[in-house]
Design a protein. Structure first.
Ligand SMILES: Nc1ncnc2c1ncn2[C@@H]1O[C@H](COP(=O)(O)OP(=O)(O)OP(=O)(O)O)[C@@H](O)[C@H]1O
Ligand SMILES: [Mg+2]
Length: 260
């Protein structure tokens, strides 16, 4: 049976979909069978990041309405044969899609996978509760800003009312130069504030925000790899986002970034 993660945040635009796609892909590359479920009904874009846009015949609303089985709606990603996508409904609002319907759909495919990741919509409305009710564990994505941390704190308190077996945080878009100059929160500041374990730290990386999709080898690739090792229960040191900005060359890099 798969371990089912919901990837959530509270504040929008912090990188949930980007991380869901990239963590899913890295796990698939490690030989794990992974399904990523687009829980962001209407404003979906997980299909684009996993390369299955326009490849889906059925979506989650077809499964819930009984037009097809969940297995038939799964689309294999061209990025890796172990990565499958369950696309969300393409209609804008789908209140008729119940949490129970999505839960049954996910439960019917979980035997085929090692991991299922459910990409959550922003906010704490119906879509959030629908996605969380399907999961065993939660990953809360947070960026190192006060607003994001405050929203994550609210989300974590709501998540605690669910019977989840774990809640972890990923700090996304961290900048080592800003942390060293005291202009940004560090992952330790965030961990101490939220009192939830940090699963990983992902640097702010132009490669991740580019329109190309696929597996990244650079800094963000290393950081995502470290997260996936931890998810697989292996020992892994978190990505050292400060290393680049320490020592002789690091100081020059930091100064150049400051002048930009
Ligand atoms: N580590 C990163 N470095 C640089 N850009 C990033 C990083 N993570 C995400 N982004 C960019 O931030 C933007 C928002 O990312 P994404 O759509 O994944 O956020 P989201 O939390 O899913 O948003 P929403 O709440 O609207 O669903 C995208 O343009 C993405 O490419
Ligand atoms: Mg998203």
């Amino acid at each position: 049976m798969a371990i089912k993660y919901v990837v959530t945040s509270g504040k929008g635009g912090v990188g949930k979909t980007t991380l869901t796609a990239n963590i899913g892909l890295k796990l698939a590359e490690s030989g794990k069978r992974v399904a990523v479920v687009d829980g962001d009904l209407g404003l979906n874009n997980l299909d684009v990041l996993t390369g299955v846009e326009n490849k889906s015949v059925f979506d989650l609303s077809d499964v819930v309405s009984g037009k097809c089985r969940a297995k038939q709606a799964l689309v294999e990603s061209p990025l890796n044969k172990n990565l499958f996508v369950l696309p969300s409904a393409h209609t804008l609002t789908s209140p008729e899609i119940s949490g129970q319907g999505i839960k049954s759909a996910i439960n019917s495919i979980e035997g085929l996978f090692d991991y299922v990741f459910i990409d959550c919509p922003a906010g704490i409305d119906l879509g959030f509760h629908r996605a969380v009710s399907c999961a065993d564990r939660a990953i809360v994505v947070v960026t190192p800003t006060i607003t994001s941390v405050r929203d994550a704190d609210k989300v974590i308190s709501i998540l605690k009312s669910y019977a989840l077996s774990g809640i972890e945080v990923i700090v996304n878009r961290i900048r080592g130069d800003l942390v060293l100059s005291g202009k940004s929160l560090s992952e330790t500041d965030i961990e101490n504030t939220l009192k939830v374990e940090v699963l990983g730290v992902i640097p702010d990386d132009d490669a991740l925000s580019s329109i190309t999709f696929g597996s990244f080898l650079g800094d963000s690739g290393k950081a995502i790899k470290s997260v996936t090792l931890k998810i697989m229960g292996k020992n892994s040191r978190p990505y050292d986002y400060l290393k680049k900005y320490t020592g002789f060359w690091g100081s020059i890099r930091k100064e150049l970034k400051r002048r930009l």
